[in-house]
Design a protein around this ligand. Structure first.
Ligand code: ZN
Ligand code: ZN
Length: 253
């Protein structure tokens, strides 16, 4: 999850990290060495609280904030899966990052979550998602900080059914989902069809065209980006994308 707010001249970046289990993130935070040591980078960690020593501990989400988005019976069902703590800290990273960006403590943040967001709705979850961190953060900023307009960009290969359900009647949140589902709009929820097989250049050009225009028109105060990696070649939602950034002459690298 990446969050961004263009409100400060002096850039500071937060990196939020929670490792729970499995292969994902197994080489973190070591893989971030050279980045974490920078003066304008701040590291928040729920798993390795004293490593590196410059990191800050991450607090779990209060139950009342969870219940602002997810029904109490769903929270109980997540507890029964045995993944409650991991899900809580994953969403806590997003919530904490959003509050720090809103208050000006950070300019932007990258949240490496153990569990995702976008398949978690008001009373359902699945696909490795338990709590919807972006929705919890937006709810908090609206309720306690006077936030008005937010955007969520979703470039995970699969449709974000949880995020869609949570915001389909909410005109204060622009949700743009890039997936293989058909293109459609409902209030400020926008689904953009992306072919199951796509090349870097076409994807990048579609993303640029869609996001720039819609974000400019909507003027969100904070942007959340569900940065699913599963559309990469060889991943479980692989659409044929490569890890490189397409060059301006159109030759991907
Ligand atoms: Zn996915
Ligand atoms: Zn979608």
């Amino acid at each position: 999850m990446i969050l961004d707010c263009h409100c400060l001249a002096l850039m500071s970046t937060g990196i939020f990290f929670h490792y729970q289990q499995g292969e994902r993130l197994r080489d973190f935070p070591q893989a971030l060495s050279g980045i974490l040591e920078k003066d304008n980078v701040f590291f928040y960690d729920a798993y390795y609280p004293s490593n590196p020593t410059t990191s800050f501990d991450l607090d779990p989400i209060p139950l009342e904030d969870l219940h602002g988005v997810h029904l109490p019976e769903m929270v109980d069902r997540v507890k029964a899966t045995g993944n409650y703590e991991g899900a809580l800290y994953s969403a806590a990273g997003t919530l904490s990052a959003a509050i720090k960006i809103w208050s000006g403590e950070l300019t932007n943040a990258f949240v490496f979550t153990g569990y995702g967001d976008h398949h978690a709705g008001s009373n359902f979850f699945g696909g490795g998602c338990y709590f919807n961190g972006a929705a919890i953060a937006i709810h908090k900023l609206q309720k306690e900080f006077g936030g008005k307009r937010f955007a969520i960009i979703d470039t995970d290969a699969h449709h974000g059914d949880g995020t869609w359900e949570l915001f389909q009647r909410n005109r204060e949140v622009l949700y743009i989902c890039f997936c293989s589902g058909s293109s459609r709009e409902e209030n400020q929820n926008v689904n953009i069809h992306v072919p199951l097989r796509v090349d870097d250049k076409s994807y990048f050009s579609l993303a640029k065209k869609t996001f720039q225009k819609r974000l400019k028109d909507f003027r969100p105060e904070v942007i959340f980006w569900n940065w699913g990696y599963d559309g990469m070649m060889g991943e479980y939602g692989g659409m044929g994308l490569t890890p490189g950034i397409p060059s301006t002459n159109g030759h991907g690298n």
